[in-house]
Design a protein around this ligand. Structure first.
Ligand SMILES: [Fe+2]
Ligand SMILES: [Fe+2]
Length: 178
């Protein structure tokens, strides 16, 4: 793992893994799997676009336009090739770029940890909220991403939109927009 990413990225990866584990433990979830998924989440982040497109063939136009966003799905493909079969970990790795599917709390831990790890210097509020209210922290993380992109006219990935709408359907976000 350490060999696959740049040194600075590896520091980020360790912070994400540790934070994902702490968030999982605070919410009575599987802390070991959250840590493992955190360690593995960015293994494809430093691959060239051509490799990302090969490992994660585009499913929607935005995938071809922004191959970097494929690094979650590409990482899953690599892990499967290496023999990983734990669907909870695979899903958390795959979905860390576009947002967790419903009823995947370990994915939520990794997603929230990735956007709020201390090295980013932002989202301290999300990090603190995640310790007591994971769903609320996820809602805040996903909605700020969606609103940020929409305000700039940048298309939102369909998987991110469905994560957003699922949070609305569960009452974690107000309905009516996006
Ligand atoms: Fe990533
Ligand atoms: Fe990351």
């Amino acid at each position: 793992m350490q060999l696959m990413v740049k040194a600075r990225r590896y520091d980020h990866v360790l912070r994400v893994a540790e934070l994902a584990r702490a968030i999982a433990a605070a919410n009575h979830l599987d802390a070991d799997r959250a840590y493992l998924a955190g360690i593995l989440h960015d293994i494809a982040r430093d691959l060239p676009d051509s490799e990302l497109l090969r490992l994660a063939p585009p499913e929607v136009p935005i995938d071809s336009a922004h191959p970097l966003a494929l690094h979650g799905r590409a990482a899953r493909t690599l892990l499967e090739r290496w023999g990983y079969r734990d669907e909870v970990v695979l899903r958390a790795v795959e979905d860390h770029t576009t947002g967790p599917r419903s009823h995947c709390p370990v994915s939520a831990c990794v997603y929230v940890a990735d956007v709020s790890e201390p090295g980013r210097g932002v989202n301290e509020d999300i990090r603190e909220l995640a310790m007591v209210d994971l769903e609320g922290a996820l809602a805040q993380a996903i909605s700020s991403k969606v609103h940020y992109l929409q305000a700039r006219g940048i298309p939102v990935h369909p998987r991110t939109l469905s994560a957003y709408r699922a949070l609305q359907a569960r009452g974690a976000l107000p309905c009516g927009d996006a």
